[in-house]
Design a protein around this ligand. Structure first.
Ligand code: AHM
Ligand code: MG
Length: 333
């Protein structure tokens, strides 16, 4: 079979469907190249001195791993000089990173979670990078945080790289979802799955069960009904998976269906869940919707949430459409 590289795929998108601009194509290629570099570091592990804590804290008070910091630097450096961006924002940085004056300024805004699934770094379990692209508002002038506070429906591209047994890049520019596998010998991304689709029904769910006692009633009900299996109200047995790397859980769901949940719970009423809207929930919601699935915060589409701050957190329910609709309906009951 003829191999299609990421570059060829993007050029064709640009040429035939007018789906992307030349600047956006460059942006995606640069992000993909940065992910290749991160993948290389991940692969070295202890041999590359990338494991363990960086002994610093990020803006959310989480202790940063060395690889969180390294991945953030790789993405910043790769994306500064190309002229395609106005600014970047990252889960690991307090505020936005405008493009330095010595480089031309472009029209896009890039957001990323440089290394998702940090708790899995030191134990050699799949981790990833998640990214989201917005257009800077017309006449923005100097970039500021406000420019980023657009609902997820405004994303022009979103994707993730998963660093697992294989390194893969899953990408959407709003016309379906495609998956590329990194050819490690050639150093190139090769298109390996076109138009990924999430089955509407599933028998598999993903949630951190250890938090069960803290969940609100709708989530308790939904999970209890699944756990009751064949003789319960759902009349079928369910299976559970929890990798604790959102990228890896979402990647499984894109391939064979399932529902992923990280709900808000009763522990801290001021904190609506763990995952971040701009770097995790929005890009994953765009990918999942583009693959025929659904993504809500229990009330409505994640993509329609108007953000009020950069590091905002949201409850997340995403994956197979019928299951996401069911748990969302339980929140309204
Ligand atoms: P991180 O961005 O600090 O790695 O945190 C996000 C991760 C997700 O990838 C994953 O779904 C979740 O945290 C796991 O949380 P928990 O350890 O509570 O199960
Ligand atoms: Mg994360």
């Amino acid at each position: 079979m003829k191999r299609v590289s990421l570059t060829q795929h993007l050029v064709e998108q640009q040429r035939h469907n007018n789906a992307i601009t030349a600047e956006l194509r460059l942006l995606i290629e640069v992000v993909a190249r940065a992910c290749k570099t991160i993948s290389h570091s991940v692969g070295k592990g202890a041999l590359g001195d990338i494991l363990g804590s960086a002994e610093t804290e990020n803006i959310q008070g989480e202790v940063q791993k060395k690889l969180d910091v390294i991945s953030n630097e790789i993405l910043l450096e790769a994306n500064e000089w190309g002229g395609h961006l106005a600014a970047m924002a990252s889960e690991e940085m307090e505020t936005i990173h405008p493009i330095p004056n010595r480089y031309p300024m472009g029209e896009y805004l890039l957001m990323f979670d440089p290394l998702d699934g940090s708790s899995n770094i030191d134990v050699n379990v799949s981790i990833g990078t998640i990214f989201s692209v917005l257009k800077a508002p017309e006449g923005m002038g100097a970039p500021n945080e406000q420019a980023f506070l657009q609902p997820g429906t405004q994303q022009v591209a979103a994707g993730y790289a998963v660093y697992g047994p294989q390194t893969m890049l899953v990408l959407t520019t709003g016309k379906g979802v495609n998956c590329f596998t990194l050819d490690r010998e050639m150093g190139s991304w090769v298109l390996t799955q076109r138009d990924m689709r999430i089955p509407e029904d599933t028998k598999e769910f993903a949630i951190n069960m250890s938090n069960k006692r803290h969940w609100h009633a709708p989530v308790q009900r939904y999970v209890d009904e699944m756990l009751a299996g064949k003789t319960g109200p759902r009349e079928k047995d369910f299976n559970m998976r929890w990798i604790a790397s959102m990228v890896a859980d979402v990647h499984r769901i894109l391939n064979r269906g399932g529902i992923f949940m990280y709900p808000a719970d009763m522990r801290d009423p001021s904190s609506p869940g763990k995952l971040r809207l701009m770097y995790e929930a929005n890009p994953m919601a765009m990918i999942v919707e583009q693959a025929g699935g659904a993504a809500t915060d229990g009330n409505g589409r994640i993509l329609e949430i108007v953000p009020h701050k950069l590091h905002q957190r949201v409850p997340v329910f995403l994956g197979s459409k019928n299951e996401v609709e069911r748990v969302t309906a339980y929140h309204q009951a």
